[in-house]
Design a protein around this ligand. Structure first.
Ligand SMILES: NC(=O)C1=CN([C@@H]2O[C@H](COP(=O)(O)OP(=O)(O)OC[C@H]3O[C@@H](n4cnc5c(N)ncnc54)[C@H](OP(=O)(O)O)[C@@H]3O)[C@@H](O)[C@H]2O)C=CC1
Ligand SMILES: O=C(O)C(=O)[C@@H](O)[C@H](O)C(=O)CO
Length: 278
C-alpha cells in the first residue's frame, strides 16, 4: 500500500504557506498536461507551477477541476509572459490566465523574466501589487531576477516579492541570487531542480544515492529541501512523478550536502536573465 507523503510548507513573507515540493509542467503539451497533473495530484502533489507561455494552463485547469480536491487544498502558480509586461497588459494577461485555469484567484503570480531591456518590470510589478491588494492573488513574486533587478524593484515599490523562482541545481548554485533573496526575506523557488536530468549521472550524486538506497533524482531533491528551497520538478513519467515525491523518509548528512555543493560549475541550462529578452 502506498502512503501519500505529507509535504512540508514554507511560510512566505506575507504568511502564506507554499508546499515545499510542487509539480512543474514546462514543455508538457496542453493535451498531455491534464493526465500528468492528474497523476501528480493522485500521488499527493498539491502545488502546480505553470505559465502563460507554456500553453497548458487550460490542461492544468481541467486536472484541477476533475480532481475533486477543494480549492484551498491546492496551490496554483502562473506567470506573466515577457510580451505582456506593462501595467494594463499584465492585468489583461492575468484575467486570461485565470480564465484558462478556470479559477477565481491564483495562489502565486510571478513576473516570468525581468527582460531589463524592456524597462517595464516596475510597471508590471505595480499591476501585480494591484491584483494582490484586490485579493485576486494570495502572493506575488518574480522569476529570474538577479540581485540588481531585485534591488531596483524593491526600491521602487511597496510590496517585497514573496518568491524569486530561479534556475538552481548542483551545476548552477546561483549563490549571489540566493544571498540577495535571503537578505530581502524572499523565498527562493528552484526551477530545473534536476538540471533537466543532466546532473543525475554525476558520480558524487550516484554514490550518495547508492549509499541511501535512493535514486539520484531523490538525492538532488533532498539536497535542495534540506537547504530550505522550494522545488518544482517536472516529469510526465508516472514512476518518476511518484519517485520525486518520495523524498521525505531519508536525510543527507552534512558531508554529503557539502560534496554536492562542490559540483557548482556555472552549468546554466537556460538563458542568463540579463540577456534573455524574448
Ligand atoms: N521560471 C522559469 O523561467 C522556469 C520555470 N520552470 C519551471 O520549473 C519546472 C521544472 O524545471 P524543468 O526545466 O522542467 O526541469 P527538471 O529539472 O524538473 O527536469 C525535468 C526533466 O528531468 C526528467 N526527470 C524528472 N524526474 C526524473 C527522475 N526522477 N529521474 C530521471 N529523470 C527525471 C524529466 O523527464 P520526463 O518528463 O520524461 O520524465 C524531464 O526531462 C518546470 O516544469 C517549470 O514549471 C522551468 C524552466 C524555467
Ligand atoms: O520554462 C520557462 O519557464 C522559461 O521561461 C524558459 O524555459 C523559456 O521559456 C525558454 O524557453 C528560454 O529559452
Amino acid at each position: 500500500m502506498s502512503i501519500t507523503p505529507i509535504i512540508p510548507t514554507v511560510t512566505l513573507n506575507n504568511g502564506v504557506e507554499i508546499p515545499q515540493l510542487g509539480f512543474g509542467v514546462f514543455q508538457v503539451p496542453d493535451a498531455e498536461t491534464t493526465a500528468a497533473v492528474t497523476i501528480a495530484l493522485a500521488a499527493g502533489y498539491r502545488s502546480i507551477d505553470t505559465a502563460a507561455i507554456y500553453g497548458n494552463e487550460a490542461g492544468v485547469g481541467r486536472a484541477l477541476a476533475d480532481s475533486g480536491l477543494a480549492r484551498e487544498e491546492l496551490f496554483v502558480t502562473s506567470k506573466v509572459w515577457n510580451s505582456d509586461q506593462g501595467y494594463d497588459s499584465t492585468l489583461r494577461a492575468f484575467d486570461a490566465t485565470l480564465g484558462r485555469l478556470g479559477l477565481e484567484a491564483l495562489d502565486l503570480y510571478l513576473i516570468h523574466w525581468p527582460t531589463p531591456q524592456r524597462g517595464l518590470y516596475l510597471d508590471t510589478w505595480r499591476a501585480l501589487e494591484a491584483l494582490y491588494a484586490e485579493g485576486r492573488v494570495r502572493a506575488i513574486g518574480v522569476s529570474n531576477f538577479e540581485p540588481a533587478h531585485l534591488e531596483r524593484l524593491i526600491a521602487g515599490s511597496s510590496v517585497v516579492p514573496a518568491v524569486n523562482q530561479v534556475e538552481l541545481h548542483p551545476a548552477l548554485q546561483n549563490r549571489a541570487v540566493v544571498a540577495a533573496d535571503t537578505r530581502y526575506g524572499i523565498a527562493t523557488e528552484v526551477w530545473s531542480p534536476l538540471a533537466q536530468g543532466t546532473v543525475l549521472d554525476d558520480p558524487t550524486v550516484t554514490g550518495i544515492a547508492a549509499a541511501h538506497g535512493k535514486t539520484p533524482a531523490q538525492v538532488v531533491l533532498r539536497w535542495h529541501l534540506q537547504q530550505g528551497r522550494i522545488v518544482i520538478p517536472k516529469s510526465v513519467t508516472p514512476r518518476r512523478i511518484a519517485e520525486n515525491l518520495d523524498v521525505f523518509d531519508f536525510e543527507l548528512a552534512g558531508d554529503e550536502l557539502a560534496s554536492i555543493d562542490t559540483l557548482d560549475r556555472d552549468g546554466r541550462t537556460g538563458p542568463h536573465p540579463d540577456e534573455f529578452n524574448a
